[in-house]
Design a binder for this molecule. Structure first.
Ligand code: ATP
Ligand code: MG
Ligand code: FE
Length: 346
């Protein structure tokens, strides 16, 4: 079964072809990505209207590129999958509209995929794919969640951020240090040359006794520290970056371990853009090794948004018996859509 996947929920246009051969993990045939980061940089964040228009420009050329690289014809595609939500409504509508138009033209069914389910399942495309059940730490630009995952579509929310996401904490702290947008990767690069113990920053909700997170206060603490430094900020930036990263990473690691203890599971899956963070990977690996837990990550280039994870999630859903939509003229998108509400639709 050949699945074409289209991702357009935010500022990345991603297209991919995934093939299922029997019950095994689906295989990635080819994928292509266009990031709009440069376009939005001048505004310090994503401009929704510009994002939608750029998705329109990119999606078909990327589709042709993917088909070419995989050596497959469009008519060979069996199912067209797209990101149905959550995300920016106008951006989602581009992927949904194109997917449904392709489906109608080809006479093939379409499948709307949950963006976070894509992130969550993306480690299955790595060389060391996980097995169910596992605890998932979903750390992206818009979400920070711990979930118990018993299979495709079986997601139990254990805890989540009550305000900013971890990626947002990276981005907002980076922004007020003048590191541009999105600042997560820049901040973590700078942090490599800094002293993580240089500044005392809060570890929000570390001892809350539950699995929720809060990162809004941390960003404020970074701002206060930056103001206090004044002229010295430039010279101490690496130290502040390292201290900020250490605060975020410590909370993510400790809460993940608490979730593993609470569920009794021995497997952790990390997904989402912040999963690319080197310090998070090193510290999770060490902490999990010490308690006999295996950790699985997506390939580095599949941590942030991409089409491969959308095609994969669709393929795994089809393997699990998910029905496709035949009514391609009545599609909709879901800008807000909790992942744990999905269980019921399988
Ligand atoms: P969501 O998936 O919740 O809708 P999103 O799609 O914007 O949000 P992702 O694409 O998963 O999020 O990830 C983007 C986020 O990952 C950004 O906040 C970015 O700063 C962060 N990020 C990427 N690489 C790193 C890194 N090496 N260290 C820290 N943060 C990083
Ligand atoms: Mg993005
Ligand atoms: Fe994402």
């Amino acid at each position: 079964l050949l699945v074409l996947g289209i991702e357009s929920s935010c500022d990345e246009t991603g297209v991919a072809l995934v093939e299922t051969r029997g019950p095994g993990v689906p295989v990635l045939c080819a994928h292509a990505l266009h990031s709009q980061i440069e376009m939005h940089q001048a505004y310090g964040g994503v401009v929704p209207e510009l994002a939608s228009r750029d998705h329109i420009r990119r999606v078909l050329p990327l589709t042709q590129k993917v088909l070419g690289e995989a050596g497959r014809a469009l008519t060979e595609v069996d199912v067209v999958a797209y990101t149905r939500g959550p995300g920016l409504a106008g951006a989602l509508l581009v992927g949904a509209g194109v997917a449904c138009a392709l489906g109608a033209a080809l006479g093939k069914p379409v499948l709307g995929v949950h963006h976070l389910e894509g992130h969550l399942l993306s480690p299955f495309l790595s060389l060391d794919p996980p097995q169910f059940p596992f605890v998932a730490l979903l750390v992206s630009g818009g979400h920070t969640q711990l979930m118990r995952v018993d299979g495709v579509g079986h997601y139990e929310l254990l805890g989540e951020s009550i305000d900013d996401a971890a990626g947002e904490a990276f981005d907002k702290s980076a922004k007020l240090m003048g590191l541009g947008y999105p600042g997560g990767p820049a901040l973590s690069k700078l942090a490599e040359h800094g002293d993580a113990a240089a500044f005392k920053l809060p570890r929000p909700l570390l001892h809350s006794g539950n699995l929720d997170f809060s990162f809004a206060g941390l960003k404020t603490a970074v701002l206060v520290q930056a103001k206090k430094l004044g002229d010295q900020l430039e010279a101490r930036k690496a130290d502040l970056a390292a201290s900020t990263q250490a605060a975020i990473v410590e909370v993510l690691v400790k809460k993940s371990l608490a979730a593993l203890r609470q569920t009794g599971l021995k497997r952790l899956v990390v997904a989402g853009g912040v999963g690319a963070n080197r310090s998070l990977r090193l510290q999770l690996d060490a902490a999990c090794f010490a308690v006999g837990v295996r950790v699985h990550y997506p390939e580095l280039h599949l941590c942030t948004d991409n089409g491969a994870m959308i095609a994969l999630a669709a393929a795994m859903r089809l393997q699990a018996g998910q029905q496709t939509a035949s009514e391609v003229y009545a599609f909709d998108v879901k800008p807000r859509w909790p992942l744990n509400s999905l269980s019921r639709s399988l």
